[in-house]
Design a protein around this ligand. Structure first.
Ligand code: G3P
Ligand code: MG
Length: 244
């Protein structure tokens, strides 16, 4: 098992319930609650700028509309990504990966970059996000952890930036999970907590992998996951799940 530099508790989409998800405001909210690692979703603008957004479309979390990958960054940068959440965050912009990197590095916050490609753009996004992250975190002591549900994106990320650690995201446990991790040279499996059990966590760790889980929000469930030996737990419940 390789060295692992990451905290156990990770704020999901920044602190995406308490501030608009995947914005700098959400990252700051996680930090204010003691979180020193954030997870966020990254996709590409039409002109190749990596930026933060969960959905494939703009409607739910911005005042824009349509497919998020169809617009150049100059257009995306004008949207309001905060009003949907609350008046407090009206005018909050979509952030670039670069902006988040500057904030995270200045505040010693570790990052889990979830590569969330637009459908059909898996390889291109994996390569571009990994390449950008490699440059942005070139002098960092703790590299960002790249993760994705898209195996093609992880494969492209590995080729583009082999030094950056990778985690395979799954919402069900594939019977060949170990072969997949080996093929993609991942250090970790990151699974929905509802498909994990103590045996699987132990088996993964015995095989030399770090075991991560998302998105656990019930403190009793989180305590169980800690007892199973999970290396990281991604949560929305930053107010009741203590980061230490
Ligand atoms: O990275 C873990 C988690 O964020 C995956 O699910 O849909 O919240 O991006 P989702
Ligand atoms: Mg995510």
């Amino acid at each position: 098992m390789k060295n692992w530099h990451y905290p156990r508790f990770v704020a999901h989409r920044g602190a995406g319930k308490f501030a608009p998800e995947n914005t700098l405001a959400a990252m700051r909210e996680g930090y204010a609650h003691g979180y020193r690692m954030v997870e966020f979703d990254v996709k590409m603008s039409a002109d190749g700028v990596p930026f933060l957004l969960h959905d494939d479309t703009l409607e739910r979390t911005t005042d824009g509309a349509g497919p998020a990958g169809a617009l150049p960054w100059a257009a995306l940068a004008r949207f309001d990504a905060g009003s949907w959440h609350s008046a407090t965050y009206a005018g909050e912009p979509l952030p670039t990966l670069s902006a988040i990197a500057h904030w995270a590095l200045a505040n010693a916050v570790a990052c889990n970059i979830e590569i969330k490609p637009m459908p059909g753009n898996e390889r291109e996004t994996g390569a571009a996000v990994a390449h950008a992250a490699d440059a942005l975190w070139s002098a960092a002591r703790v590299p960002p952890l790249l993760s994705s549900f898209a195996e093609d994106a992880l494969e492209a990320a590995r080729t583009a930036a082999p030094r950056l650690p990778r985690a395979l995201l799954v919402d069900a446990i594939p019977s060949d999970w170990q072969a997949r991790l080996e093929r993609l040279q991942c250090e970790a499996l990151n699974a929905d907590w509802r498909v994990l059990d103590a045996e699987l966590v132990a088996a993964g760790r015995r095989a030399g992998y770090r075991m991560l889980t998302y998105t656990a929000n019930d403190p009793q469930q989180v305590a169980r996951l800690v007892a199973w030996g999970l290396d990281a737990i991604i949560t929305d419940a930053i107010d009741i799940v203590r980061a230490v």
